[in-house]
Write a protein that binds this ligand. Structure first.
Ligand code: GUN
Length: 277
């Protein structure tokens, strides 16, 4: 079975559009871009297009001076602007900018990326807060296809703050048994072969081949690698789909779910900010 992130996203975005039409205002997402990195530019444009399509306001701020004080001032202004509900600073940042100081500057109530330490701690302690978009999107995709998580062995390959580590918490909250593997893991294959759910977020094209996957497993491929002009995942889709019971393709898998989850976070931010005033 193919876990179709594109189709699932389209359904969810249609629902979001209906909700937005029923509001007396529009959620406003502001994305700050500090580099002209082509991948980042593509992602940011995709976020803006999706936001506008469902009736959000969307602003992209190009802040490429590399001046951190300036960037922090911009964030501060957005924090205090009641017409702004979601603030996202696209990563990676331009060289010389400190990611921790930049994340710390964002109002946690507008931190739709879920990268502020307050939101990271909220996830750790299972309190209300913003969950990073890719992990939120992955859980929503698994739920859409009724993939059982409770009691299952989930193996995560990759320990990033954006994907791997938040997935540990989300899968543990759903009562999975979680193993985290990474670049220093000895005998990766021994771990992945015991996975009921295999989440791969390494940025290493086709790291996971069919011999790494237990027959009947569910495989979630978070990788987006441009190789010879083509987008491919961290999983060798054509081979692994013959072994896995369920698998996300690249493209049209996790990527669209990330964008949809970002929009859902922004709507949540809008509703929470509005209910406070
Ligand atoms: N770069 C790659 N993924 C992400 C993400 O989810 N959020 C931000 N801000 N930057 C990213």
């Amino acid at each position: 079975m193919i876990l179709d992130g594109k189709a699932t996203s389209m359904t969810r975005q249609a629902d979001l559009k209906k909700t937005v039409e029923s509001l007396d205002g529009a959620p406003h997402l502001v994305v700050i871009l500090t580099t002209d990195n082509p991948a980042s530019t593509t992602y940011v444009k995709a976020k803006e297009k999706a936001a506008k399509k469902i009736g959000f306001k969307s602003t992209i701020i190009h802040d490429m001076t590399g001046d951190e004080a300036d960037l922090l001032k911009t964030i501060h202004t957005l924090n205090n602007d009641s017409d702004v509900h979601g603030i996202l600073v696209q990563l990676p940042l331009a060289e010389g900018l400190d990611v921790k100081r930049v994340m710390d500057a964002i109002d946690p109530k507008k931190d739709v990326d879920g990268f502020h330490p307050i939101n990271v701690a909220a996830l750790f302690q299972n309190r209300p807060g913003f969950v990073p978009a890719t992990p939120r999107g992955i859980i929503e995709l698994l739920d859409t296809y009724d993939i059982p998580l409770s009691g299952k062995h989930a193996v995560i390959v990759g320990r990033s703050q954006i994907v791997g580590l938040p997935m540990v918490h989300l899968l543990t909250q759903r009562h999975a048994t979680v193993t985290v593997c990474h670049s220093r893991t000895v005998d990766l294959k021994a771990h992945t072969l015991s996975a009921d759910i295999l989440v791969v977020a390494t940025g290493r094209p086709h790291l996971i081949t069919a011999d790494y996957v237990r027959p009947g497993a569910t495989v979630v491929d978070v990788g987006i690698n441009r190789v010879e002009g083509k987008l491919i995942g961290d999983v060798d889709f054509e081979a692994v789909k013959e072994v896995a019971q369920a698998i996300t393709p690249v493209p049209r898998g996790v990527g669209p779910m990330t964008i949809t989850a970002l929009l859902e976070n922004t709507l949540d931010a809008y509703q929470q900010l509005r209910s406070q005033t």
